[in-house]
Write a new protein. Structure first.
Length: 138
């Protein structure tokens, strides 16, 4: 998969974007990684959902997220197949579809997944995990 973002290093989990928007612990690390980061369309949807659930007005949330100028990578057939061996993580570790989408994209593109969920480091998912905030789980 060819990314538009030159020098991409990270795939952002929704926890990273939410921390950035809400200026939660570790948001500065996310901000500094933005120009070298991409996000899955699945994680954009999860981010929208969580921010709106916390009271964000839909159009303002969308405007803010679009303003980040993150490359949004579509969830396609290649990524669906890439994620096949991550499926058991749903029932063995409670890993959500969006989290598995982030991992699949990171692995597929050879990038690190940036998250606040320290539990990802214990998984045997073949993905390099970078924590932007130690001690916080999603």
């Amino acid at each position: 998969m060819k990314l538009k973002t030159e020098g991409a290093e990270y795939v952002l989990d929704s926890s990273a974007v939410i921390a950035l928007v809400r200026e939660e612990r570790g948001w500065e690390k996310v901000r500094s990684a933005l120009e070298h980061a991409v996000i899955s369309a699945v994680n954009v949807t999860e981010t929208l959902t969580k921010l709106m659930h916390k009271g964000g007005e839909p159009r303002l949330v969308e405007r803010y997220l679009r303003g980040l100028s993150l490359e949004v990578v579509p969830w396609d057939e290649d990524l669906a197949w890439e994620s096949r061996d991550l499926c058991p993580l749903a029932w063995t570790h409670g890993i959500s579809f969006a989290d598995r989408a982030c991992m699949a994209l990171a692995r597929h593109c050879g990038l690190a997944a940036m998250t606040s969920d320290a539990g990802w480091k214990k998984l045997d998912a073949g993905v390099k995990v970078v924590l932007f905030s130690e001690g916080r789980a999603t």
